[in-house]
Design a protein. Structure first.
Length: 421
């Protein structure tokens, strides 16, 4: 389901050969808001929210990972559904508060939290800080002591190599993320001996963009193993066990959707196994999806402004590119450049007639939105769409590069569109 036409059929609508997002035609959206732009369809986000909620056992809570898309409308959408938030900066914490999220439902992860950030979130009584180093524990303790109240902390663990998996592996090797699994006992000793550190639980994060449910399950079982050892060592129940994020979406032709039905069955079995453990029977399980919830709900739209042939190769030049959508150009985590799903949005049902490179307006050969893409015959003024663009799009791109205007973000809900943010 990673071809542009399949995605258009599955999540959006088509009428008279033109894509519709939230029942609004591309021509209408671009006339009102211009190009380049991002369009987010709230109905797709609702589908993904319902799908993940149905997959997870009731004792699992969900914290949307704000880094995937920090747009205020997106954040507020999940907060309004009772979702918690996972943040990685003070800026994201402030967005959480503006969206109406209670500080107690926010968890703060990420290396390099500054003393000023820690001071602010502790003053606001944040739910948990997931510590990534021994020095960070010292800083949290000192701030908590000054403020006169204990800080709720969890340990973010960098597990052994057996828990690796996903397109971007973040565990099982030397990393700035988390405290190495072999150092857990030392970290626990530090926490339990400090009256201003209140130990809450374990956070495991080993990778991202995972499409194989078996990899997720192996990581979850690793998390349970670490949690059991921790709880039995302390002889006290764990309040939280955060399995992190990692749920992926299919970007490329060889990829398939995450099998949430199989994942659900395995998770139910895992929870059954924990019922007899007095230290984990009532632990709050947590996941932090980001990309999975928002990735498929966004489309990046650019207008064709020039067409040229150079030494036998045809180039379609648009008014948007790498500076707005770094991930689509392959410069955000890809080792081998592969195309996101690309389509001519006002000719969405037409057959491919030519092979072209779709490029942006920047003075760099890296500005390629689609290399050797088979598309219908393109004319000046046509609209190029990049699907799967709801996550790590605008906010993960070098918007200031060459000083082009930033793309507008459009929020579409119940057949109405407005500028988002």
């Amino acid at each position: 389901m990673s071809s542009a036409f399949d995605i258009a059929q599955h999540y959006f609508q088509m009428r008279n050969g033109e894509l519709q997002i939230g029942c609004l035609a591309i021509s209408e959206l671009t006339t009102r808001f211009g190009t380049p732009c991002y369009a987010y369809d709230s109905s797709v986000l609702e589908k993904k929210w319902q799908r993940i909620r149905a997959c997870l056992p009731p004792r699992f809570s969900i914290s949307y990972s704000v880094k995937a898309n920090p747009n205020p409308e997106v954040v507020k959408f999940f907060v309004n559904r009772g979702c918690g938030l996972e943040i990685a900066s003070l800026g994201e914490f402030k967005r959480a508060l503006l969206a109406g999220c209670q500080p107690s439902k926010v968890v703060f992860a990420g290396p390099g939290k500054t003393p000023a950030e820690l001071e602010f979130v502790l003053e606001k009584d944040i739910g948990e800080i997931h510590s990534e180093s021994f020095l960070e524990l010292d800083r949290i303790s000192a701030i908590a002591q000054r403020q006169g109240k204990p800080a709720r902390v969890a340990l973010r663990i960098n597990p052994g190599s057996e828990a690796q998996g996903g397109a971007m592996r973040m565990g099982g090797k030397p990393a700035p993320f988390g405290i190495d699994e072999e150092c857990i006992d030392e970290a626990l000793e530090k926490i339990v001996s400090d009256t201003f550190l209140q130990f809450r639980g374990i956070h495991l994060f080993t990778g991202t963009q995972i499409l194989d449910h078996r990899i997720l399950l192996s990581q979850y079982r690793k998390g349970v193993e670490i949690a059991k050892k921790t709880a039995h060592r302390l002889q006290q129940p764990l309040h939280t066990l955060d399995f992190g994020g990692g749920w992926g979406v299919p970007y490329f032709m060889s990829e398939r959707e995450l099998d949430v039905k199989a994942l659900k069955e395995e998770l139910l079995q895992l929870m059954t196994e924990l019922e007899g453990d007095p230290f984990l029977a009532h632990t709050q399980m947590m996941v932090e999806p980001g990309r999975y919830l928002v990735g498929e709900g966004g489309v990046y739209i650019a207008r064709v402004i020039d067409i040229k042939v150079s030494r036998g190769k045809k180039f379609i030049i648009t008014d948007g590119g790498l500076h707005h959508h770094l991930a689509a150009t392959g410069n955000f985590g890809q080792v081998i450049k592969r195309n996101f799903p690309v389509a001519v949005l006002n000719k969405i049902d037409q057959m491919a007639e030519e092979t072209v490179d779709v490029v942006g307006p920047l003075c760099t050969p890296l500005d390629v939105l689609g290399g050797s893409v088979d598309l219908p015959r393109i004319e000046i003024g046509d609209f190029i769409g990049i699907f799967q663009s709801g996550a790590y799009g605008r906010s993960a791109s070098p918007l200031e590069f060459l000083s082009h205007p930033a793309p507008v973000e459009i929020w579409i809900e119940r057949g109405e569109a407005r500028v988002a943010g």
